[in-house]
Design a protein around this ligand. Structure first.
Ligand code: HEM
Ligand SMILES: *[C@@H]1O[C@H](CO)[C@@H](O)[C@H](O)[C@H]1NC(C)=O
Ligand SMILES: *[C@@H]1O[C@H](CO)[C@@H](O)[C@H](O)[C@H]1NC(C)=O
Ligand SMILES: *[C@@H]1O[C@H](CO)[C@@H](O)[C@H](O)[C@H]1NC(C)=O
Length: 525
């Protein structure tokens, strides 16, 4: 018998044993018995790979804010949008961590970046990085946000208009290039040249990045990914994605170069060319830490892909939905443009942007209705009891104001659904209405978020480190584009849908195969 057959036989036997134990635990220990929820469509796959923002929203309306649904092999998952439960979860980040499966996939994709870290490793990295995302840092970056917005405005202005003066563009694609250029400069003093590069892959890093992005990020998980993540042994049998790996290696190589550049420019001590990008700040704060808290070069380079991905598509998607919202509500568009046009400058400061009340309400409403991250998840790391603000009634009619949870339970946290919960926002929760921010409903204060009464950027110690960055960039874009252009949809509104999966991207029902896009018409003011 060949060695290969033997090894395969042993691995298979171990796997079958582990699978059986695992299935048994899921069936009995973690069953969440009595908790209502949608029936499982398949004994093997459960709801795996079919969940989306809309589906959760529908179940939430039927079963209430806390219910169970099913994962692979019938494993029960807990869904909760109950704000008391969410407070408990985000405040106890040692008990509720990202599941090993999720962390494994994240690390495969973007490396050991902040998003994938937990525990002490996370605390240390987060502490060193936080100053780079504070108010004064963002204030300093606003000029870059505005400059790049103006560049995008001017790139679009080169399209030739029809007789009525309208040009047609896929706004999503332009916005993605803009936010990529911004994160390159703001993060690492790197020029992607995405805005003026047209369709060819602009730079080596741009190409590596595009590879990761287009093929992987935010896609729904495949069964192979699931198995590799769940059973480490299988990683030796089922191949990983070679292209992803190569793209990651390229990124690390370029990251190393960028880090050397940052160190050299700091060592030269030249005040005139003082860099304020994230990478230089990390090198500087590393220098002022005690030895035990210092970061290795590898630890810092590992942050790059996370910042490119986390900082780029979320923000461009949000801004695309902002333009969509303006196209759907011409009165909102007029009102916003009146406010923005009254401001005499093309180059507003952060304080100037933040002084515009209607812009503020508009951006809040975009972040509420079109929260780009649909959901996240956590796993219970030790047995616990989750308190509920809204009790559930079990299948025997008994009411419960808390849920005992066992180690290993997977919890789905529906970030975007929380923002549209009628219990918080009333019956018109799904409607886009910036004026609702004039009278914030009392239940909204129960959300454990970092940014106004929204859950868009999550909460607790893992909240989005880039939330101020994202809002300033979105405001700069909206300010610049809405002053320059009147906007309308270039396709029937019924044709616009959102993609399933982690990030809520705009897609066209009639052209699904073409991937995310948002064709719009613009006319110069
Ligand atoms: C509209 C734009 C954005 C949205 C909606 C968003 C949303 C989120 C959410 C929901 C999380 C929590 C994920 C979880 O723990 O499960 C998160 C974490 C994170 N975000 Fe953002 N984000 C945005 C923009 C940005 C930007 C611009 C950056 C960086 C420049 C960034 C960097 C990060 C990082 C590093 C984390 C991990 C934080 C940690 O675990 O300590 N994000 N974001
Ligand atoms: C969670 O932590 C925040 C900030 O420390 C605190 O204001 C809040 O009351 C805590 N919530 C719960 C439910 O413990
Ligand atoms: C942090 O400091 C240590 C010790 O001086 C050094 O070896 C390391 O390269 C530094 N890391 C970065 C990213 O600057
Ligand atoms: C807010 O919470 C209270 C108490 O749970 C509830 O009775 C009320 O219906 C909620 N408000 C709205 C607008 O649904």
């Amino acid at each position: 018998m060949s060695l290969r057959v033997l090894v395969t036989a042993v691995v298979t036997a171990v796997l079958v044993a582990r699978l059986t134990r695992w299935a048994y635990r899921r069936r009995w220990a973690l069953a969440l018995r009595g908790l209502p929820g949608p029936p499982s469509p398949s004994g093997i796959f459960g709801h795996f790979g079919t969940v989306s923002f809309r589906k959760f929203q529908g179940w939430h309306a039927t079963y209430g804010p806390t219910f169970k649904y099913h994962g692979m092999l019938g494993e029960a998952h807990l869904y909760t949008a109950d704000t008391t439960a969410l407070h408990h979860i985000v405040n106890n980040s040692e008990v509720y961590q990202k599941a090993p499966l999720v962390r494994y996939s994240l690390i495969q994709l973007v490396g050991r970046g902040l998003l994938a870290l937990e525990g002490e490793e996370h605390t240390k990295m987060r502490k060193i990085m936080s100053p780079a995302f504070g108010v004064s840092q963002i204030r300093g970056l606003t000029e870059l946000f505005v400059d790049k917005s103006v560049e995008l405005r001017d790139v679009w202005a080169q399209e030739s208009p029809n007789d009525a003066g309208w040009i047609q563009v896929d706004v999503l694609s332009g916005l993605k290039r803009m936010t990529l250029d911004v994160i390159g400069k703001a993060g690492f003093a790197y020029e992607f040249h995405a805005l003026n590069a047209g369709d060819e892959a602009p730079t080596p890093l741009g190409a590596a990045f595009r590879e990761l992005f287009m093929t992987q990020i935010g896609q729904r998980p495949t069964v192979v990914t699931f198995l590799r993540a769940k059973f480490p042994l299988l990683r030796y049998i089922l191949p990983g994605n070679k292209r992803t790996l190569n793209a990651r290696l390229t990124m690390d190589k370029i990251g190393f170069q960028l880090l050397q550049n940052a160190k050299a420019s700091i060592a030269s001590g030249d005040k005139d060319t003082e860099r304020r990008d994230l990478l230089s700040l990390l090198v500087k704060s590393n220098m002022s830490e005690e030895d035990s808290h210092r970061l290795s070069d590898a630890e810092v380079i590992a942050q790059l892909p996370t910042f490119f991905t986390a900082g780029h598509e979320t923000t461009s998607t949000a801004t695309a939905w902002a333009l969509y919202a303006l196209a759907r509500a011409p009165d909102v568009q007029d009102k916003l443009r009146n406010e923005l046009s009254a401001m005499g400058t093309d180059n507003p400061s952060l304080d100037a942007l933040n002084s515009l009340p209607y812009l503020e309400k508009f951006v809040r409403e975009v972040m509420r209705v079109h929260a780009p991250v649909a959901f996240t998840s956590r796993m219970v790391m030790q047995d616990d009891v989750i308190p509920l603000g809204r009790p559930y009634t079990d299948t025997r009619g008994v009411s419960h104001s808390s849920i005992p949870v066992r180690k290993g339970l997977f919890i789905r946290i529906p970030v975007a659904v929380v923002n549209q919960d009628p219990w918080i926002w009333g019956d018109d929760a799904a409607e886009f209405n910036p004026d609702r921010w004039d009278a914030i409903p009392p239940n909204a204060s129960t959300i454990p978020g970092v940014y106004v009464q929204l859950f868009t950027f999550f909460g607790g110690s893992h909240n989005c480190i880039g939330w101020r960055f994202a809002l300033a960039e979105i405001k700069a874009l909206v300010y610049t584009l809405v002053r320059a252009y009147e906007v309308e949809l270039a396709v029937p509104v019924e044709d616009v849908d959102e993609s399933l999966g982690l990030i809520r991207r705009p897609i066209l029902k009639s052209r699904m195969g073409e991937g995310p896009q948002l064709p719009m018409r613009l006319r110069k003011i």
